[in-house]
Design a protein around this ligand. Sequence first.
Ligand SMILES: Cc1cc2nc3c(=O)[nH]c(=O)nc-3n(C[C@H](O)[C@H](O)[C@H](O)COP(=O)(O)O)c2cc1C
Length: 207
Amino acid sequence: MDDMNLFEAMYSQRSFTRFRPDPVPKEAIEKIIDAAIRAPNGGNRQPWEFIAITDPEVIALVGEVYKEVWLNALGHEAPPGETPAYKAARYLAHHMPDVPAMILICADHSGTSPTTEGEPFVRGSQASSVWPAAQNLFLAARALGLGTRLTTAHLRGEQRVKDILGIPDHVETVMLTPLGYPRGNFGTTQRKPAADVTSHNRYGNRG
Ligand SMILES: Cc1cc2nc3c(=O)[nH]c(=O)nc-3n(C[C@H](O)[C@H](O)[C@H](O)COP(=O)(O)O)c2cc1C
């Protein structure tokens, strides 16, 4: 399959929850991480770490933590009127233990700079630098026909995830994305029009 163009990837970058069981080739994972690390980042310190999880036993362990903390936080039964976004999230929570692959995107806080040296360990300072890389990764995955979903619910059980994967204290886990070839139909992302959130020259001047 030819790589799709950038705008096609952006407009079809749904937050996927349903995946075919096919494994994700190692070359594809390497390619999307290589695209991720091209992203801008503070002082070019590149404080990211990507943990590609393809071993079904490890996926099941991490996925079970995710499932448990998500359901405990948001309820084991769907409340009446649950929104489509939460219905999708709930479906994923149930299926996180059997997704084809996962990438845990982390921020390494061990780097120091004139601006961060001596500061206490501040969650988020290095983590801000991994968000642009994550978006690169999502788009690169889409370009290869893969689906991802940005999730953070595992943070409610972060230490358990870190223990499973042997992640040291100075590395913060920022987001966990399932990765696989999408199953079923999916449309483009549904968003309010850009014109509704764009000002021209002065705040609120919708032009
Ligand atoms: C900061 C952030 C955290 C998120 N955390 C979760 C999560 O823990 N679980 C989940 O299923 N989706 C999570 N999402 C995905 C959103 O729910 C999803 O992007 C939204 O419903 C829009 O879906 P769409 O892109 O398919 O239109 C998160 C998204 C963002 C940006």
